[in-house]
Design a protein. Structure first.
Length: 326
């Protein structure tokens, strides 16, 4: 609606897991707007189903082969496109990162998640407030979306879980907040915690989940860490995938692998709450996405897909234009 009001005719967006890209492509199709989605080539391969969905909706999907071929590189390309074509183009940023006013805008659009969760807890269960809220944190949009409604209520413990990858000692992770990992720096127009080397160059990141594989984090999360309002930790690939399977088998819910980090984190949060004296804590876990897009990754992880079947799935949908700087 902002795009239509500003008289723009073209929308661009970045996406890691593909969900924001699908949503953007859907709205552009409904409103008759041109749409281009930037996605790191590695992410496009592991989220091939969402790539196919975007193209079915009429979007141009550009696979980014600059840098590490992941989310941060997709954002870089989208920013380059935006400043070059600002007269007719609006950048629909999908996380609470980047230059002002993007972090505030995305937070305000996402905060309905927490507002509805709070109201539903009261209406459906007669519970005034939860004891804890858990969410995964990549850029941090889903986390700030559900936490915003509870920030002023000190009775609510807030927990955010980053992508632990193979663990903090391995160097293969996307942990920004733990000691010895991220430091304050400038990245893509915002001051926040960042994985960088002594020369200020961004470090390689890794996560089994495309949406959490990001070198920085939204600046509001950095502030919430600094004031101690949110407890930030991490979940490794193994912990997240174990939680993924638990939720599938106990609730019949197939979560996104990103969200599985929040489920894995909830086990840790429960132990923390128990230590604080909570006997039967009421917890909200934000299942920020569905796992259809992750069936290829999960199938390989649990041995339900052969390498040949997995490669065939990766090939479908992940074909198209590249942004490689040439």
């Amino acid at each position: 609606l902002l795009v239509k009001r500003m008289g723009k005719t073209r929308v661009i967006a970045e996406t890691g897991a593909g969900q924001h890209g699908v949503a953007t492509a859907t709205v552009c199709a409904m409103l008759g707007l041109k749409c281009r989605i930037y996605m790191g080539q590695i992410d496009a391969r592991r989220q091939a189903l969402n790539v196919a969905r975007m193209r079915m909706l009429g979007a141009e999907v550009v696979e980014v082969t600059l840098g590490d071929h992941i989310l941060k590189d997709a954002i870089n390309e989208a920013l380059r496109d935006w400043v070059t074509n600002v007269k007719d183009t609006h950048y629909l940023l999908g996380t609470v990162a980047g230059p002002h006013p993007f972090p505030a805008m995305v937070r305000d659009f996402q905060k309905i998640i927490g507002e509805e969760a709070k109201q539903q807890l009261q209406d459906w269960y007669g519970i005034d407030h939860p004891d804890a809220v858990c969410a995964c944190v990549g850029g941090g949009s889903n986390a700030i979306g559900i936490m915003n409604a509870f920030l002023d209520d000190e009775r609510v413990n807030l927990y955010g879980y980053e992508a632990g990858g193979n663990g903090p000692e391995s160097g293969r992770h996307a942990i920004r907040f733990a000691p010895g990992t991220g430091e304050l720096g400038m990245f893509q127009g915002a001051k926040s915690y960042l994985l960088e080397n002594s020369e200020g160059q961004t470090l390689d990141t890794y996560s089994i989940s495309a949406g959490l594989d990001y070198a920085s984090v939204g600046p509001e999360h950095a502030w919430l860490k600094e004031i101690g309002r949110v407890n930030y930790s991490w979940a490794t690939d193994e912990e997240a995938m174990s939680a993924f399977k638990d939720l599938c088998e106990t609730e019949g819910i197939i979560p996104a692998i990103e969200s599985s980090h929040a489920v894995a984190g909830a086990y840790k949060a429960a132990e923390d709450l128990k230590a604080k004296g909570y006997e039967h804590p009421v917890m909200i876990i934000n299942i920020s996405g569905r796992g259809d897009k992750d069936m290829n990754t999960a199938g390989k992880w649990f041995g339900y897909l052969t390498d040949e079947q997995a490669k065939a799935l990766e090939a479908n949908g992940a074909q198209g234009n590249n942004a490689d700087g040439e």
